[in-house]
Design a protein around this ligand. Structure first.
Ligand code: DX5
Ligand code: ZN
Length: 220
């Protein structure tokens, strides 16, 4: 199933609550919340206290993308704040299995992300524990970067590996997704589409979400 997850990194932070409410009206399925610690990536965004406040503004799935060095330490805070899905990077410093178990034991969806330079095979040992894999199509840290089409081979390989194991995995792409690139990503096998600047920079976000969905749906 196609899911459109607007990245709130590109929204107007001075009226985040309204932006969250508006995304539901525009037809978003999830809300992609980019958490950066200034250490794992060279940028700082927001933490669990803000997620807790925003929880009051939306009942959509909170898809929390943790670009932080030690996710294990902060995951309890994000769970308490109302995260539904917690995605952290396979390149982080926390023990992967224990961190996945922590998310799952709390009844939340566990996901792993891979940076562009990281082979997709690094997530294979954990597939049975995962509800989603995020294949980054830009270097994490900033919105508005160009889509890396050479990441598509990873998505194809991951789809094949999941099919071989009989796993119906959500595969997310994040970075540079727009009306021009969404079809390439969906054709490769990505069904969860994150878009920041393409949605929040659009004069008609509802129409953009609807077009992203229909373009991707051709391949599913
Ligand atoms: C980048 C973030 C993305 C980013 C995507 O590190 O993980 O979610 O906001 O922004 P766009 O869609 O503008 O590339
Ligand atoms: Zn992200």
């Amino acid at each position: 199933m196609i899911k459109i997850s607007p990245s709130i990194l590109s929204c107007d932070y001075s009226k985040m609550g309204e932006e969250f409410e508006n995304m539901k009206k525009c037809g978003a399925d999830w809300l992609h919340i980019d958490v950066m610690d200034g250490h794992f990536v060279p940028n700082i965004t927001l933490g669990a206290p803000l997620v807790k406040c925003l929880r009051k503004c939306s009942d959509l799935v909170f898809d929390c993308h943790l670009m932080i060095s030690d996710p294990q330490k902060y995951i309890p805070d994000f769970i308490k704040a109302g995260a539904d899905l917690i995605c952290f990077h396979v390149e982080c410093d926390s023990p992967i299995d224990d961190t996945l178990d922590l998310i799952r034991e709390n009844g939340k969806i566990a996901a792993l992300a891979v940076k562009p330079g990281t082979p997709i095979e690094t997530v294979y040992p954990y597939l049975e524990k995962l509800g989603m894999v995020l294949v980054m199509t830009v270097e994490p840290g900033f919105g508005g970067q160009s889509f890396m089409a050479d990441m598509m081979d990873k998505i194809v390989a991951l789809r094949e590996e999941c099919a071989k194991r009989g796993i119906d995995m959500d595969i997310q792409v994040d970075g540079g997704i727009s009306l021009d690139t969404v079809e390439v990503a969906a054709k490769a096998g990505a069904n969860v589409l994150v878009a920041g600047s393409a949605i929040f920079g659009s004069s008609d976000p509802k129409e953009t979400i609807s077009l992203l969905r229909s373009k991707a749906a051709k391949y599913f």
